[in-house]
Each structure stands twice: as structure tokens, then as C-alpha cells.
Design a protein around this ligand. Structure first.
Ligand SMILES: [Fe+2]
Ligand SMILES: [Fe+2]
Length: 188
């Protein structure tokens, strides 16, 4: 134990590990300015996190396309209010995609917007249903898939990248609202 901490009495059961800043990490942060927001404590996880985020980005983009398709084709159907809500969801999914792409760039990665591989990379499916109930059901399935994927990502990331985790927690809360609304419309 360094002399600096001699006045701090260890708690009973506390091991040798102390909550002290790693000076080597701070020194390394001083260098490598081209790494931007990414500092040494990201360790080996950065690539995995960027990959997880790119899959989530593909999912959000497919969800934007599906909700837009449903918004425009549901216009003539019985419930214009639900069609309008499809548009609101499309806009919110787009905002999620933007948040994720921005975070990928902060982590030094490249956001993958390639339309050629979008559907394969997305967790959720595109859909061309023509009947309102079927649209609602398909969107509910997609939201439930998104909820499961974000929940798993948050657990995987844990304390490895708290900024990404907070972004994902915010998105997850909104996906849960979406699923809740869709469930209500399904029984209406
Ligand atoms: Fe979303
Ligand atoms: Fe959603």
C-alpha cells in the first residue's frame, strides 16, 4: 500500500484491491490523440462493441423501412390514428439509428449503412403486410426482438463501456413503450 493511503483504514473483509486511478492509463490517454474519445481502458472490447452496435444499427434501419411502408400503405385502412403512430415509431427508430451511428464513430468504428446487407444483418424482419392487424402483430414481434437484443447487449457490455450502455438503456426504454402501445392496439 502506498504511503498516500495510510490514513485510510481498510474495511473488514476488503482485499488488497483498492479503488485507485491507474496512472499509466492516464499517461497513455495523453498520447494517441488520433484515437479521439477512445482511451486505453476500452481494452479489447471496442471491436466487439462496434460490431454489436452495427447489428443494432441495421435493425433500426430495417425497422424504419418497415414502419414507413406500413404508414403509407395503412393510410387507406380503417384506423388512420394507428397509421400515424407507425410514422412516429419510424421517426423514433431513425433517431435510435442516428444515436448508434454517432457512438460507433466516437468508438473509432465505421457505421455500416450498406443497403446490400441490411436485412441479413438486422435482428428484426422487414414486412409487407397489407392488413392492419397483421402489421401491428409483425411490428410487435420486431419490437420484442429489439427488446431482447438490447437487453442482451446491455448485459454483455456491463461496465466495459458505460456511455454505450446508457445510450442502449435509453433506446431499450423506448422500444418497451413501442411494444406496449402495439399490444394495446392488437386487442382494440
Ligand atoms: Fe429502435
Ligand atoms: Fe421500436
Amino acid at each position: 500500500m502506498s504511503a498516500k493511503h495510510d490514513n485510510v483504514k481498510p474495511l473488514k473483509g476488503e482485499g488488497q484491491q483498492r479503488l485507485v486511478i491507474d496512472q499509466q492509463g492516464l499517461d497513455a490517454a495523453r498520447r494517441s490523440l488520433d484515437e479521439g474519445a477512445v482511451t486505453p481502458s476500452y481494452g479489447p472490447w471496442r471491436e466487439d462493441i462496434v460490431k454489436l452496435l452495427n447489428d443494432a444499427l441495421a435493425t433500426e434501419l430495417v425497422c424504419v423501412l418497415r414502419y414507413k411502408r406500413h404508414y403509407f400503405t395503412a393510410q387507406g385502412l380503417a384506423s388512420p390514428k394507428i397509421a400515424d403512430e407507425f410514422l412516429v415509431h419510424a421517426q423514433e427508430e431513425e433517431a435510435h439509428g442516428d444515436q448508434i451511428a454517432e457512438r460507433i464513430v466516437q468508438l473509432g468504428g465505421e457505421p455500416d449503412f450498406s443497403p446490400a446487407t441490411l436485412v441479413q444483418r438486422s435482428h428484426a424482419d422487414y414486412d409487407e403486410s397489407s392488413e392492419l392487424k397483421s402489421m401491428i402483430r409483425t411490428n410487435l414481434v420486431a419490437e420484442r426482438i429489439a427488446i431482447e437484443a438490447y437487453t442482451q447487449m446491455i448485459a454483455l457490455i456491463g461496465d466495459k463501456d458505460s456511455t454505450t450502455r446508457r445510450i442502449l438503456e435509453g433506446i431499450l426504454a423506448q422500444e418497451q413503450e413501442h411494444a406496449d402501445e402495439l399490444k394495446d392496439w392488437l386487442v382494440d
